[in-house]
Every structure is written in structure tokens, then in C-alpha cells.
Design a protein around this ligand. Structure first.
Ligand SMILES: C[S@@+](CC[C@H](N)C(=O)[O-])C[C@H]1O[C@@H](n2cnc3c(N)ncnc32)[C@H](O)[C@@H]1O
Length: 249
């Protein structure tokens, strides 16, 4: 079953590297403002946009939580009660080691279930792309939310997902419309371009240290992930987009 899941082996290796490498932790802190073992695009500014929706004691779920570091930050900031799932066995093993009280489970997007009205906030940072059926996923999340609960989604186009016309034509927005769930959306594409520009400079700065640590391949990958900016800001904004969706139940 695991072999059929997109990028499964790569994520097992990624989260092992993230646990073992001191350079990667330093890189994340400098590039993103905080080390959440990010795979990609969420810097501290984006994560802090979640804070206004998380009241003290809120039950919060992270879909594709990786090793749980984002959730642990939200727990510390908001005294939230945290839940997360990810298909990576390694990531969940490390998450459980780091926070023994939290609820971390191995689970596949679309298959993992929770009882209705379990959460005040559900977040999905660069993970809804892996849903085999987007409409089914948004329906499921709406069921999991308590009344007035919030689904907070960071969504990128132009890499895993094809670029569509705008924030209302994405696969995700279409799924929300199909089930009649209203949303607010902000376009953070320019912010994301600037973040990638910074990430590139820092990845280049750390490159030699990644190689010295014997994980040069990961250092090179971090640089490759920022190649999009080489086309320049205008072309980047034509070809890529990043949105934050907030859906209230
Ligand atoms: C792009 S990363 C984002 C990770 C983290 N949320 C972040 O913002 O840095 C996607 C995450 O989803 C997980 N993932 C990918 N496909 C999945 C699936 N089918 N079911 C559950 N988790 C999956 C990966 O292990 C990874 O942690």
C-alpha cells in the first residue's frame, strides 16, 4: 500500500534527515524564522496567521502534520490541545517522542477518520494536494469541525497543482463551492516569492555545510526548490500562486 502513495519514501527520508541534521534545523530557523521542519513554503509569518483562530484550550488538528513541530508551536502559543496525522511513520514516531501527551497518529489523507464535531480548528499546510478526492476531503473536514470551527489551508499552485486562473478557480476552491462552503481567501503569492528569494540565499549560504554533514543532496534540493524565482517576479506571479483559505463552519 505504501508504495502506491505519492512521495512516501521521500518523506520518510526527509523526516529522518530533519531529526538528525543540526544544519537543517539552523537553516529552517534562518530561512523561515522558526524550525518547523518545513517542507517548502510556510514561514513564521504564515503560521502566525493561524493564531487569531485558536482560542485558549482549542482542539486543533493538523492534516499532514509531519513531525508535529507546527502544532507544538501552536500549543505553546495558544495552550491548544493538539492532534495531527501524517502518512509518514518516521514523522509520527518523532512527533510522539517530542510530545508524549499530544495525539499523533499515522493516517492517510482521505482515509483517516475522526468523530463529527471534534475540532475547533483544522489546518492543512501544503497537504490537501494529496487528497485523492478533494470534495470528499472538504466534506469530511466540515463534519469534523465544531460549530463556528475554522478550516485554515495554505495552498500552492504551479508546482504539484497546475496553475489555474485565480484563487476562485483552484481545485480546492471548486471543491468548497461544490459543497456550498463559503470561504475567505488571501493571495500571498508576492509574499511567497519574497520568502523563496530569502530561502535561496540562505540555502546557498548553508550549501557547503550540508555537504560537509554528508547530506549535500538535501542542501541541493533546498536550492532547487527555489529555482522558480529565477524567472523573475513578474513571470513567477504568472506561473505560480499561493493562497490562504479560511472556511468557517
Ligand atoms: C508538503 S509537506 C507539508 C508538511 C507540513 N504541513 C509543512 O507545512 O511543512 C506534505 C506533508 O503531507 C504528508 N503527506 C503526503 N501525502 C500524504 C497522504 N496521502 N496522507 C497523509 N499524509 C501525507 C507528508 O508526509 C508531509 O508531511
Amino acid at each position: 500500500m505504501e508504495e502506491e502513495l505519492l512521495f512516501y519514501d521521500a518523506y520518510e527520508e526527509f523526516y529522518t534527515m530533519a531529526k538528525e541534521s543540526e544544519i537543517f534545523k539552523e537553516f529552517c530557523k534562518e530561512a523561515y524564522g522558526e524550525d518547523f521542519s518545513q517542507d517548502g513554503f510556510s514561514d513564521i509569518n504564515q503560521i502566525n496567521k493561524i493564531l487569531p483562530y485558536v482560542n485558549e484550550g482549542a482542539e486543533i488538528l493538523d492534516i499532514g502534520c509531519g513531525n508535529g513541530k507546527m502544532l507544538m508551536y501552536l500549543k505553546e502559543k495558544c495552550k491548544a490541545s493538539i492532534h495531527g496525522f501524517d502518512y509518514s511513520n518516521k514523522a509520527i514516531e518523532y512527533a510522539k517522542m517530542a510530545d508524549k501527551e499530544a495525539d499523533f497518529e499515522v493516517g492517510i489523507i482521505g482515509e483517516k477518520e475522526y468523530p463529527d464535531e471534534s475540532f475547533d480548528v483544522v489546518i492543512a499546510m501544503d497537504s490537501v494536494y494529496f487528497a485523492k478526492d478533494m470534495k470528499a476531503l472538504v466534506k469530511q473536514v466540515r463534519r469534523w469541525l465544531k460549530k463556528d470551527g475554522v478550516f485554515f489551508v495554505a495552498y500552492q499552485e504551479g508546482d504539484v497543482m497546475d496553475k489555474t486562473e485565480d484563487e476562485n478557480s483552484t481545485v480546492f476552491a471548486k471543491a468548497l463551492k461544490e459543497i456550498g462552503w463559503d470561504y475567505e481567501v488571501s493571495d500571498i503569492s508576492l509574499e511567497s516569492f519574497e520568502m523563496l528569494d530569502k530561502k535561496r540565499k540562505i540555502a546557498l549560504k548553508y550549501s557547503e555545510q550540508f555537504h560537509k554533514e554528508g547530506i549535500g543532496m538535501w542542501g541541493d534540493l533546498l536550492i532547487d526548490q527555489t529555482d522558480y524565482i529565477l524567472q523573475g517576479k513578474d513571470k513567477y506571479l504568472e506561473n505560480l500562486a499561493r493562497y490562504i483559505y479560511v472556511c468557517k463552519k
